[in-house]
Design a protein around this ligand. Structure first.
Ligand SMILES: [Zn+2]
Length: 316
């Protein structure tokens, strides 16, 4: 009984991992059907997991349990999804614990995906040896999680440390998907970027207007070509991210800040620029806080799920 199953349910893909003593020994990805709900996705997950067991010559009894990572608010005591945002909207009505018990007789432990990724980086990646961590995902949205004194920060309503993307950095800013105004996400994220560019007064004179997709890859390329609009919009995004990171540093006093997410594919540009702003602006008289790139941007949540299963069962 030294294996675990890890599921990372994202908005576009679902990752399934098989881990043995903390090592990822098999993985599979399937297309997420997030618009049609969670319950309708479960039969496909069952099939994939059964096939994975078969391919690795394992039986139900060889598996300790399932770690379930979800992009939304999760009650990690009752292992239930609490709140979703336009994806898997039947999540709160889905009995995941009952599903895993009935199908395989395994326990299931659920947690928010940013926290799960933080656990993975803490145990195996960029956060090894630390007890105080902030992890931030820069992508379609902006997620965050916090470790204090070697324990995940959870809060009364399971959302402490999770809403770093919704710290207000511009109170005159745009309306965010959360209903607030001028959140980090509403100032600089993949969903916000197209309108941010189009609102620039010189957009029509910029070569970036000919791009089919206005994404960060295009933004970095045009900024690298010295395009004025791209450079100014990039600087706006860097300032918004830095403001969010600095507030996380002021609030939670971490040893390091771990950054991951799709936008970090351009880490060679982003990381030094953000570090410079943080060094300049954060009030940390006892030392600069280092920003580091995640070691496992693609699989940290799977490692975290494995750790969650093991540590939860040790405590039972
Ligand atoms: Zn918001």
């Amino acid at each position: 009984m030294n294996h675990t199953i890890a599921i990372d349910l994202g908005g576009t893909i679902v990752k399934i991992g098989l881990l043995k003593e903390g090592q990822l020994i098999d993985r599979k990805e399937v297309v997420a059907q997030s618009a049609s709900g969670l319950k309708s996705q479960l039969p496909e997950l069952e099939q994939e997991i059964d096939q994975m067991l078969l391919a690795n010559q394992l039986h139900n009894k060889d598996v300790l349990g399932i770690g379930f990572s979800f992009a939304g608010l999760v009650d990690s005591v009752a292992n239930r999804i609490l709140s979703t945002n336009q994806k898997y909207d039947d999540g709160p009505d889905t009995d995941l614990v009952g599903w895993a018990r009935e199908k395989w007789n395994w326990p299931l432990f659920a947690m928010n995906d940013a926290r799960m990724a933080l656990l993975g980086e803490w145990q195996h990646g960029a956060g090894q040896g630390c007890t105080e961590l902030v992890a931030i995902t820069l992508g379609t949205g902006i997620g965050s999680a916090v470790l204090i004194g070697g324990e995940l920060l959870i809060g009364k309503h399971f959302q402490a440390g999770n809403l770093g993307g919704h710290f207000v950095v511009n109170h005159h800013g745009k309306v965010c998907t959360c209903g607030n105004v001028g959140c980090v996400e509403a100032e600089a994220s993949t969903w916000r970027l197209p309108s941010l560019l189009k609102e620039h007064p010189a957009f029509d004179q910029s070569a970036i207007k000919n791009e089919e997709v206005l994404d960060f890859r295009a933004l970095f390329r045009h900024a690298g070509n010295n395009d004025r609009v791209a450079k100014e919009v990039l600087d706006h995004c860097l300032s918004a991210w830095a403001a969010g990171i600095i507030t996380m540093i002021h609030a939670f006093d971490p040893e390091i800040v771990i950054l991951s997410g799709g936008i970090m594919k351009s880490s060679a540009i982003i990381l030094p620029a953000l570090q410079e702003k943080v060094n300049q602006l954060a009030w940390t008289p006892l030392g600069k806080v280092k920003l580091v790139e995640a070691k496992f941007p693609d699989s940290a949540a799977l490692y975290g799920a494995d750790y969650l299963v093991r540590s939860s069962m040790d405590n039972q």
